[in-house]
Design a protein around this ligand. Structure first.
Ligand SMILES: NC(=O)c1ccc[n+]([C@@H]2O[C@H](COP(=O)([O-])OP(=O)(O)OC[C@H]3O[C@@H](n4cnc5c(N)ncnc54)[C@H](O)[C@@H]3O)[C@@H](O)[C@H]2O)c1
Length: 354
């Protein structure tokens, strides 16, 4: 297949693109507007590959999308482009409404026109995979069962509300117009190449500099964590084999309290940076006022994905976190310029994802 990946210069999109080039025979067209969250350095390993092409474009720009679809004639679209950081959505929701809702709407419209004009096998095999988050399901109590594909939508932040709206649009375009859509909702991702405003890279970068490690509230909010390369492999399985009109939940079987994540990171930093003047790094933990409307817990039951498509996470949280810390220690050249460039715009939040 030739797969048009939107948001392929972001954290998860770049992992998907690297995975597609390294481990499959598919070709990739990466369509990305290159917002602050994008980084073409994350794609150095594939940039010159004959099966890779890059197009700088905004999903809100219908004419640009149309001409890219005409030019590349993709067999599938995997839609990841989005504004993705909850704290930013609280400070400035407009961009989230615009990109995540209007942008997805414009992309769906162009995808529908493109798909309608296809014929034969190319039309029959076309797929639009909309990539979303578990946050659309709202907040769980400590003993509630995990989210499943049948859990009602109850988004509570501007970010999750905008993603929920885009999920509804994608499925409406399937049910109403027949566009071959498949949807997935995933838990918190972590791993290499994540922008250092999100919880795990933010804590690593701040711990290295001896800066306070801000933890919201009492640090008791619970998230499920998935190593990003495992999400990439799940997305490719869903695109290739998922049933149309269905959604699939993707999770890491790794529910953790935020404070436990940060304390584990501190222990890893103590071990992996033995000469640090800031040891023990846990001393840097500093509790800050809770995020408004902070969802207490997300948890994923990924049985459907496992039973139907045979997907399972391959990396444990402990191993994935260790790999991630080692990667940030070894790749300062990737993140140091980002920290410098975005110092002015960074918020003093915890950087907790998306
Ligand atoms: N990060 C997570 O833990 C997580 C978990 C589940 C689902 N998701 C979803 O996965 C997707 C990717 O998340 P991420 O963490 O990689 O995000 P990210 O913020 O790292 O990357 C987003 C990418 O989209 C691009 N983009 C933004 N607006 C655009 C526009 N208008 N037109 C074209 N490109 C645009 C950016 O330039 C960037 O490269 C998002 O849809 C997000 O909602 C993320």
């Amino acid at each position: 297949m030739k797969i048009l990946v939107t948001g392929g210069a972001g954290f998860i999109g770049s992992a998907v693109v690297r995975h597609l080039i390294a481990n499959t025979r598919h070709s990739v067209v990466n369509l990305d507007a290159l917002t602050y969250a994008a980084n073409l350095d994350s794609l150095k390993a594939v940039a010159k590959h004959e099966r890779y092409a890059f197009e700088q474009a905004d999903i809100r720009d219908s004419a640009a999308i149309r001409s890219i679809l005409d030019k590349h004639q993709p067999d599938a679209i995997m839609h990841l482009a989005a504004e993705s950081h909850v704290d930013r959505s609280i400070d400035g929701p407009a961009e989230f409404i615009d990109t995540n809702i209007t942008g997805t709407y414009r992309l769906l419209e162009e995808a529908l026109d493109y798909w309608r004009a296809l014929t034969g096998e190319k039309k029959a095999c076309f797929r639009f995979h909309h990539v979303s988050t578990d946050e659309v399901f709202g907040s769980l109590g400590p003993n509630d069962p995990a989210f499943t594909e049948n859990t009602p939508y109850r988004p509570r932040s501007p970010y999750s509300a905008s993603k929920a709206a885009s999920d509804h649009l994608a499925l409406a375009w399937h049910h109403t117009y027949g566009l071959p859509v498949v949807l997935s909702n995933c838990s918190n991702n972590y791993g290499p190449f994540q922008f250092p405003e999100k919880l795990i890279p933010l804590m690593i970068v701040r711990a290295l500099a001896g800066q306070p490690l801000p933890v919201y509230g009492k640090g008791e909010n619970v998230r499920d964590w998935l190593f990003v390369d495992d999400h990439a492999s799940a997305l490719i399985s869903i695109l290739e084999k998922g049933r149309l009109g269905e959604s699939y939940l993707v999770g890491g079987k790794s529910e953790k309290r935020n404070i436990d994540v940060v304390e584990t990171l501190c222990r890893l930093m103590d071990e992996l940076v033995p000469n640090s003047p800031y040891k023990p790094h846990a001393r840097l933990i500093s509790y800050v006022a809770d995020r408004p409307g902070h969802d207490h817990r997300y948890a994923i039951d990924a049985t459907k994905l496992q039973n139907e498509l045979g997907w399972q996470p391959s990396v444990s949280f402990e191993q994935g976190l260790r790999n991630t810390v080692v990667w940030y220690l070894d790749n300062r050249g990737w993140w140091e310029p980002l920290v410098e460039k975005h110092k002015a715009t960074q918020r003093a939040g915890t950087g907790e994802k998306r």
